[in-house]
Every structure is written in structure tokens, then in C-alpha cells.
Design a binder for this molecule. Structure first.
Ligand code: GTR
Length: 446
């Protein structure tokens, strides 16, 4: 006997859903429903804003015109349209070494540990963020350092029972038992694969890190907490170019540099700033803004970092603003459907670091971050380096995987996923060795 299943209500539902998704996917406001493009042939034609031309069309031909006119103009455009502007209010900083260890058997062989509270005061309020520092025990003079924010708390980067645990807001990690936005001792060392501390100090470098959520918690709370809360002028409406979280994290990195300038063991003139992913976006913005950072390194930073927005490959401006509205200023939110109208693209962010050494690292499986767009942005920043009399990137095509190229502008495409691996670190340290004149075979001595 044949049984007729009443198909109508089901198909009605399916048709309605499909229809709704189709409508939503073409509606400009619905970036969430748009599928990411991973097809190179579908990358739209675009024209990048010129590196060596001012906004009003004047050619930039000398080093002086670069540093005095175009570079400040680029920074200002990024402040106004992308990351936002730090409020111009007076603030004070104080540094307190809260823990230091000269243990004969240190948890990280060959390393001294320091933990420093960076206290910032403004508008009658105070915010404290804590920096963890490892330094090589053997050194002849002030030590060059890598500085990098971390995602999960200082205690997560290393198996060291003495590292203090943050009580700031953290992202929940249900599989690790973190469900109330507070971290715990049980996360000690969970991210150690990304932080080869022993190897870093063996090569003669210090490593300094701050939990990024100590500076500004990574969720949208209308900028009520973190450093926004103490620097924003009380009672004033937020301007459309008010600073977002990336600008806040970047500002915090400059406060770490303020500390290095007071610490005789550390060479504040040889600081390599490094960041991964959203913190790679942050490293680029911090490095562009603060010329005291001697080297700037972006790892897998993608959209809003090293990747060209106009390619609309992987993550797009529309999507990033939708999912992470607090990272940028509100002016940036209006560019989702008109990236070609942005007066900047991300090659200008890299160019703004010139003439200082810059390194961009991509990963082959990290299509969301658009590895090719990262390479092309670095390449497109080259004229600024050439004008400054520095080596620009001579490669015209992406190098094969796992091959580091470039002198003043370094690049590699690591095989694998979105991550920071020992291979990445090896390339970053080799790059820093070259620029800081460190002989790697010599235990890090100059
Ligand atoms: C993703 C985001 C990216 C990237 C990454 C990260 O969700 O879309 O822009 O920054 O997070 O920071 O881990």
C-alpha cells in the first residue's frame, strides 16, 4: 500500500527559509549571512590609494615629505576612519615590580622573571595591567626584547607556578571549565606551544607579555570598562572617531615601552613588537603610531590587520564590523558595503611603519585572514621603504611555503593553520637578529 506523506507544510517551511536566507544574503546589512569568498577569480577589481601621494594629490618625493607630511597624514586617516582616536587627556603612569625571581633553578631554564604592574591614572581613576617579563640570566648589557600581548592570561603562556593569575574578564573556554569569564590556575601553560620562552632567552632576547583583557576586555560594553573607562572624558558622547579596543590595546603596548625606558636591564631601543591575529592587527597599529618600536611583526593578522580590505577575500570589513563592532571606531562601521571609498587600505598601515623593519607572516590554511592579501599589502607598502632608502620587498610573487624572504620588509607563508608556531618564532628571531646585530650562534651576544 502506498502512503502519501503530506509534504506541503515541510516544503513550505524549507522554501520560506531558503527565500529568507537568499534575501538576507544580498541585503547590505546582513554581512553575517554572506558567504566568505575564497575564490581568487571572484576578487573584485580595485585600485589602492597611492602610498606616495598626499590625500590632495601631491607627489611625495623626499624622505622629509614622507616623515613630515604623508606618514602623519596616513596615521590621521586611520585614526579617523578605522581604529579611532585616543582622547587627549593627561594621564600618569607608575610602575611597580610586584614579583621578581632570581631562583637558582628557575622554572624557565636560563631566565630571570619579573612581574610589573603598570598603573595608569586619568580623570581621577586608575587602571592596572600586569606585565610578565623573562630575561636571559647571562647578558653583557641591556637586553633586546620581544613584546607581545596574550589572549588567555600571562599564566597561560608558560608552565611557571609563580606567574600571577589575572582577575580580569576572560573569554569563556567551556572545554577548559571556564564559564564565568574568570580564569584559573588550571589554565597554566595551556598556550605554551605559542611561546617558546626557553628558546627566546637562549637566543639572547627577553620576552614581555601582557594579558590583553587587563588593558581592555574583549567584548562590546559600549566602552564602559578597561582603559576606555578611565581615559574617556566623563559625561561626553563618544565621537564617531572614538577609539575602539584595538586602539586601546595598542595604547597599552606603548605604556609597556614607557616602562622599558625606565628599566636598565632592558634595551628600550631594541624592542620587537609582535602580535597574532587580532593582536597582530593591534601590533601593526601600535607600531605605526609609536616610532619607539624598533621592529613590528604581524602574524596572521588578516582583515583590519595586514590584509587588503578591497580584495574582500575571507573575512570582510562588513563582517568584522558586525561581529566585533568594538574593535574599531564607529566611522569604520559605515564602510562595510563601500570599502573602495575608504581613504586607506591596509598597505598604508604597513607603509606607515617605514623606514623601520616590518615582518608579515601568513599561514597557508588561514584563508579567513587572506594570506595573499597580506603579501600584496606588504608588497604595496614597498614604495615607502624604497623612498626611505631601505630595502623594499623584491619578490613579485608569494614565496613557497616555509621560506622567509626580505630584508627590511620580511615575509613568510607558513604551512598550516591560524596559529603561532616554533617555525614562525624562528623566522621572527632570525629577522630580529639581523636588525639588532645579534649573532645567533653566539648565545645572543652582540
Ligand atoms: C576571528 C576574527 C579575525 C581574527 C581572529 C582572532 O574570529 O574574525 O579577525 O582576528 O578572530 O583574533 O583570533
Amino acid at each position: 500500500m502506498k502512503i502519501d506523506i503530506p509534504a506541503k507544510p515541510v516544503s513550505c517551511l524549507v522554501v520560506t527559509t531558503v527565500l529568507l536566507i537568499s534575501i538576507l544574503s544580498v541585503h547590505p546589512a546582513c554581512a553575517m549571512f554572506q558567504k566568505a569568498n575564497y575564490d581568487e577569480s571572484k576578487v573584485p577589481a580595485f585600485e589602492l590609494p597611492a602610498v606616495l601621494k598626499t590625500d590632495d594629490g601631491k607627489a611625495v618625493q623626499t624622505y622629509h615629505q614622507w616623515t613630515e607630511v604623508r606618514q602623519p597624514e596616513i596615521l590621521e586617516l586611520f585614526r579617523q576612519h578605522v581604529y579611532g582616536r585616543v582622547p587627549d587627556v593627561p594621564f600618569e603612569t607608575e610602575f611597580e615590580i610586584v614579583e621578581s625571581d632570581d631562583d637558582a633553578n628557575p622554572p624557565v631554564p636560563g631566565a630571570l622573571r619579573r612581574q610589573v604592574n603598570i598603573k595608569v591614572r586619568a580623570n581621577g581613576q586608575e587602571k592596572v595591567f600586569r606585565m610578565l617579563i623573562y630575561l636571559p640570566r647571562q647578558s653583557d648589557g641591556p637586553i633586546p626584547c620581544f613584546l607581545s600581548l596574550n589572549f588567555d592570561g600571562n599564566h597561560a603562556i608558560v608552565d611557571d607556578p609563580a606567574v600571577l593569575v589575572t582577575d580580569s574578564w576572560v573569554r569563556n573556554l567551556a572545554d577548559r571549565g571556564i564559564t564565568n569569564n574568570r580564569t584559573s590556575d588550571s589554565l597554566r601553560g595551556i598556550k605554551k606551544s605559542r611561546w617558546p620562552v626557553e628558546e627566546i632567552v637562549r637566543r639572547g632576547y627577553g620576552l614581555a607579555t601582557i594579558y590583553y583583557g587587563d588593558i581592555d576586555p574583549d567584548y562590546h560594553d559600549q566602552f564602559q570598562n578597561g582603559v576606555h573607562a578611565i581615559l574617556d572624558k566623563p559625561g561626553e558622547d563618544r565621537p564617531d572617531d572614538g577609539w575602539g579596543s584595538i586602539a586601546a590595546w595598542a595604547w597599552g603596548l606603548s605604556r609597556a615601552l614607557d616602562y622599558f625606558e625606565t628599566a636598565p636591564q632592558i634595551d628600550a631601543e631594541r624592542i620587537a613588537l609582535l602580535g597574532h591575529s587580532r593582536l597582530g592587527k593591534t601590533a601593526l597599529w601600535a607600531g605605526a603610531n609609536d616610532p619607539r618600536f624598533a621592529i613590528v611583526i604581524s602574524n596572521n593578522s588578516g582583515c583590519g590587520g595586514a590584509a587588503l580590505s578591497r580584495r574582500e577575500f575571507g573575512e570582510t570589513v562588513a563582517r568584522i564590523n558586525k561581529v566585533f563592532p568594538h574593535w574599531f571606531c564607529s566611522n569604520f562601521h559605515s564602510y562595510g558595503q563601500r570599502v573602495n571609498e575608504l581613504p586607506v587600505d591596509q598597505h598604508l598601515l604597513i607603509a606607515a611603519i617605514a623606514p623601520r623593519p616590518v615582518y608579515v607572516a601568513s599561514a597557508s590554511d588561514d584563508r579567513w585572514a587572506d594570506p595573499r592579501g597580506e603579501f600584496l599589502a606588504l608588497k604595496a607598502a614597498s614604495p615607502a621603504y624604497a623612498l626611505c632608502g631601505r630595502d623594499d620587498l623584491s619578490e613579485t610573487e608569494m614565496p613557497p611555503v616555509n621560506q622567509s624572504v626580505g630584508q627590511q620588509m620580511g615575509y613568510h607563508l607558513r604551512q598550516g593553520k591560524h596559529d603561532v608556531t616554533p617555525f614562525d618564532w624562528q623566522c621572527f628571531m632570525d629577522f630580529a637578529d639581523r636588525h639588532f646585530q645579534i649573532d645567533a650562534g653566539n648565545g645572543g651576544e652582540k
